[in-house]
Design a protein around this ligand. Structure first.
Ligand code: SIN
Length: 475
């Protein structure tokens, strides 16, 4: 199909239709794009069996074959880049230029893991006597199930499915009910690329809780991978405990973005704009608490205010748009509640709150944020800059680390000693130094503390789908 819009789940290389349907809406207009099938219990069981059968077939493939198949998938995704990006802006709302960027980013995971498929090396272990030979090698874990979010509807899928296939695992994906269309299109293209039938199944459902429970309860599913909120991640982890599944959890963040007084201020502001306003602020790695050293506060705020005022908020298909709609109206209400709570506790607004209608939220700066305010502790997931002044390095490190999350952190400094000190002291899984966008398929993405378990991307991303087997041979 030329527009790659499909309305049903995808199981064992075929579309799976059900009578119950729900609407996928365009967040910019609030209008329905299409009605999609809501998976039933039988569909989930069919997918589990299909994935089980596919895993047996995958065992008969070798790494080079899987690498070649992944490379064909990569090429198809790139060939359909414009169509997939259009689909993404329709169902997710982000500006088309960002959707195009996400297709490259998402395809990058496929290419990277096509290459890494051939590099899952084992060990030959020096024996402790002359009668034994000790080796250790990696085997695919088996059937994997995953749940992916709506904020990056392509990249969050490819960075799970590509390493799983590279390792030789089959996959059952439950994408967000807000953005299932990109996921189905990806599975359709994977099938066209020659994926083993049943190796990539997509379950479309608006009932993540029940589908998630069936997947976590299944004895067949050996690994569960989730990207989403810490709250839901904890629930899924406890469900996975019953069958002792291997898990990867990419959960919430509360990223500090620190500008020290020796920073290149223009550079820092460019980095901040990117770290904050990518996807209208709807990213777990988005800058959430912006710490600015008091001595440069006025200078930074003046420049920042004029940059923010120049941002265009509109439908993602309009020219030169910087900020699209938030995913749904309740998301905007939550952002406004956070702003109002901060203002009621003594913060001040730079710029004005304008009612742009629908799910559109204009960007604002909230100054003098303190730990007493909800906005300090919660992921804003919207285009709001929360500004916190600080006096010295020790103070800002203590504030940055004093949260239960540890996904991404950023800081701007031109002092090399400070760069080493601060990057080592920040209790976060990823640190951007003089850089506001750090995600990259070749590097390990993931958090510490309540931000998650495991890593995606990098050479580490493949290991998440492999088990180590130690073999001791008596000779
Ligand atoms: C996220 O923050 O939700 C993922 C963003 C990324 O991969 O850069």
């Amino acid at each position: 199909m030329s527009d790659l819009i499909f309305s049903d789940s995808f199981i064992n290389g075929e579309f799976y239709k059900t009578a119950t349907r729900f609407s996928v809406d365009d967040p910019a207009t609030g209008k329905s794009i299409i009605e999609v099938s809501d998976i039933d219990e039988q569909g989930v069981n069919t997918a589990i069996n299909a994935a089980k059968g596919a895993f047996v077939k995958l065992k008969a493939t070798n790494a080079t074959e899987r690498s070649d198949t992944l490379m064909r998938w990569y090429e198809l995704v790139i060939k359909h880049k414009q169509t997939l990006a259009t689909l993404m802006t329709k169902e997710q709302g982000k500006p088309l230029k960002e959707s195009l960027g996400e297709i490259d980013y998402g395809a990058g995971f496929i290419k990277w893991f096509a290459e890494q498929a051939k590099r899952s090396y084992g060990d030959v272990i020096p024996a402790t006597d002359n009668q034994h030979r000790l080796t250790s090698y990696k085997q695919p874990i088996g059937v994997v199930a995953g749940i992916t979010p709506w904020n990056f509807p392509v990249a969050m899928v490819t960075r799970k499915v590509a390493p799983a296939y590279a390792a030789g695992c089959s996959f059952i994906l439950k994408p967000s009910e807000h953005t299932p269309l990109c996921a189905i299109a990806l599975a359709y293209l994977a099938d066209q690329a020659g994926f083993v039938k049943g190796a990539f199944n997509v379950l479309v459902s608006q009932n993540a809780k029940d589908v998630g429970k069936m997947l976590t309860d299944s004895e067949v599913v050996r690994k569960f991978t989730f990207t989403g909120s810490t709250e839901v991640g904890k629930q899924l982890l406890s469900q996975c405990a019953e069958t002792i599944k291997k898990t990867s959890m990419e959960l919430g963040g509360n990223a500090p973005f620190i500008i020290f007084d020796n920073a290149d201020i223009d550079d820092a502001i460019d980095g901040l704009m990117a770290a904050k306003f990518r996807n209208s602020g709807q990213a777990c790695v988005a800058a959430n608490r912006i710490f600015i050293q008091r001595s440069i506060m006025d200078k930074v705020l003046n420049k920042l205010t004029s940059k923010v005022a120049g941002l265009k908020v509109a439908n993602g298909f309009e020219d030169e748009v910087d900020i699209g709609p938030l995913i749904y109206p309740e998301a905007k209400q939550k952002v406004q509640q956070l702003i109002n709570d901060a203002l009621s506790k003594g913060a001040s607004l730079i710029g004005e709150q304008r009612d742009l209608g629908g799910s559109f939220q204009n960007p604002v700066i909230v100054n003098n944020v303190t730990p007493e305010m909800n906005i300090y502790h919660q992921e804003v997931f919207g285009p709001v800059l929360s500004i916190i002044p600080f006096d010295d390095e020790a103070e800002v490190l203590a504030l940055s680390n004093d949260v239960p999350y540890g996904l991404a952190a950023y800081f701007y400094s031109q002092n090399i000693k400070q760069i080493y000190r601060v990057s080592e002291a920040l209790e976060f899984g990823m640190v951007g130094v003089n850089e506001g966008v750090i995600s990259n398929p070749v590097a390990p993405f993931g958090g510490v503390k309540q931000s998650g378990l495991g890593r995606e991307g990098g050479h580490q991303g493949l290991d998440e789908y492999l088990e180590e087997k130690y073999v001791c041979i008596k000779v």
